[in-house]
Design a protein around this ligand. Structure first.
Ligand SMILES: Nc1ncnc2c1ncn2[C@@H]1O[C@H](COP(=O)(O)OP(=O)(O)O)[C@@H](O)[C@H]1O
Ligand SMILES: [Mg+2]
Length: 243
């Protein structure tokens, strides 16, 4: 679904990512882990055309997309959920969702909204509420729902669990796993390695703009020392237990 080779990219003349190679098969839940400033967000921004690509290729669903305009990505089936500014705060939850349904017939819209409320039940309760007054977790669910309503093949999410209560962290990952199980491919940037490794299939550890290590979630959970040495986090037995 996504294949990146030899990618070097950054902001203007400032190179941040060096020789990134990464492959995400269809239906996989992949995580990009790494300390603050390691280039995780830059990698997602690069995938949607928001940075300067110096060299390398990015193929999405068989097509080269490096250098394409950001506005065209959604139409190709790629949804990007940024870390901040990912909902319209002055509109209600329902208005946010209706905006994402533009272009559908009334019947399709009603069906999509029904499915949305069953995947994201918290949004049903919050329908009339202004998005700006939602809790962090509720807002994150709305942001994910807005991406999902575009019927993407691949969703890119930047730190969906950042700043959320432990219960909502689980809720967000449970929802992402459910989306993945419907066939959507996921690339999720996370600083919270311990949590996401319990839900994802495969993970890449980014350090100083390079892929320092990669493996299946099971391999990384079993290899505490490696994760600790690359990320500086301690994996306790409790964290490593299956969800
Ligand atoms: N718009 C930008 N212009 C220039 N440098 C940036 C910009 N955004 C991020 N950077 C730099 O790129 C590096 C990686 O940042 P980022 O991708 O946000 O890391 P992460 O998401 O892993 O915390 C940092 O050194 C950061 O200062
Ligand atoms: Mg970031």
């Amino acid at each position: 679904m996504l294949s990146i080779t030899d990618l070097t990219a950054g902001y203007g003349k400032l190179t941040i990512l060096h020789d990134i190679a990464l492959t995400v098969p269809a239906g996989q839940f992949a995580a990009i882990l790494g300390p603050n400033g390691s280039g995780k967000s830059t990698l997602l921004k690069t995938l949607v055309g928001l940075t300067t690509v110096e060299r390398g290729t990015i193929r999405f669903d068989g097509q080269p997309i490096a250098g394409r305009r950001t506005e065209t990505m959604r139409g190709l089936g790629l949804a990007y959920v940024p870390q901040r500014e990912n909902v319209f705060k002055s509109m209600t939850v329902r208005e946010n969702l209706l905006l994402a349904l533009r272009g559908l017939s009334r019947q399709e819209g009603v069906a999509a909204l029904d499915e949305c409320y069953s995947l994201f039940p918290v949004l049903k309760d919050r329908r009339p509420q202004c998005a700006g007054s939602l809790s962090g977790g509720e807002r994150q669910m709305l942001a994910i729902a807005l991406g999902w309503l575009a019927q993407p093949k691949l969703m890119l999410l930047d730190e969906p669990s950042a700043g959320l209560s432990p219960l909502f962290v689980i809720e967000v990952f449970r929802t992402l796993r459910a989306l993945c199980d419907t066939g959507i491919t996921l690339v999720v940037v996370e600083q919270n390695a311990r949590s996401v490794l319990r839900w994802c299939d495969y993970a890449y550890l980014l350090r100083e703009g390079q892929i320092a290590f990669q493996g299946t979630a099971a391999e990384l959970l079993a290899d505490e020392e490696t994760v600790k040495s690359y990320l500086g986090v301690k994996m306790t037995r409790k964290d490593a237990a299956p969800a």
